[in-house]
Design a binder for this molecule. Sequence first.
Ligand SMILES: *Cc1c(COP(=O)(O)O)cnc(C)c1O
Length: 367
Amino acid sequence: MIPFLNLKEINNKYSQDLKDACARVIDSGWYIMGKELEAFEREFAQYCGVQHCIGVANGLDALTLTIRAWKELGKLKDGDEVIVPANTYIASILSISENNLVPVLVEPNEETFNLCPESVAAAITSKTKAILPVHLYGLISPMKELMDIAKDHGLLVLEDCAQSHGAEINSVKCGNWGDAGAFSFYPGKNLGALGDAGAITTNDSELAEVLRALRNYGSYKKYENKYIGVNSRLDEIQAAMLRVKLAYLDEETQGRRSVAQYYLENIQNELCILPKWPATDEHVFHLFVIKTSHRNALELHLRECGVQSLIHYPIPAHQQTAYEGCFDNNLPLTEKIHEQVLSLPMDPTLSTNDLKTIVSAINGFKA
Ligand SMILES: *Cc1c(COP(=O)(O)O)cnc(C)c1O
């Protein structure tokens, strides 16, 4: 079986570096909020081109704590509306409801899977205070247009960059377009730790300062608490793992793009719609997602041909039990997307033989 994602193979390339970094932390005797975190925050901020990076425990916390920090700063309050794409992974939406704000689910652009400026503009009310674009599957959202809308209406912008490390428009990376960017370093993400980790990027020093306190019990100084904070820290071992892997992120992204290019050039089946790749640097191919009205049959066919594929995501947030009765259910485009999407194996360690097997399996699929 060709696996959807071979994490062991991916990390195996850096095995010695990872082990050395791990030993360095073990021998240091310092495991939380130390030199590795400081260095990773500096290096990732530099990579993204931003002034500040604040490490936290995971991607969901990166989103949730940013909204929370804006509440502490008086920029958001309970009941404010936040515009978010309806087809995103549920974490983006949870970060809004967790803060007692109102997620306003907007249908995405059917081709890019991302927010489209026209739908965002149409969803703005007097209660709208923020936009939460998600760079889904690795394709950066139309940030120039979204920032223009935000500026016109005085809205905050929080980018969900959990799937898009390094994606850029005109050499400006994701996480450097909005007021803040939230990253996940879950092991399977493009930049993955060997456990849970996340971070916020921003050029707003005031926001960065509040976030640094919120992640550490709301405290700037030990045993003095300014906010009712949480414990959401990125530990030294994970920071050290991320420093090793950050150095190879661009190389990994090129590997992903080669796989995507192979798929785009070789998959030929009129039952399948291939993803859009507008310009090289805008897509980092966290996932390669095709659409077909025969999704379940194709998934089964691929499995029979020895190819693992996955669905991102099988049930949209507004149809989850957790959100029963919370949302207007008139989201036909989002529901159609969830019925049609299928993610093909995507990682830079796929061999040419693997790719040939995958492509011939898809090309041989008949309804
Ligand atoms: C993975 C992911 C998150 C959450 O990240 P965790 O580190 O798993 O908490 C948020 N948003 C999107 C779009 C994601 O893919």
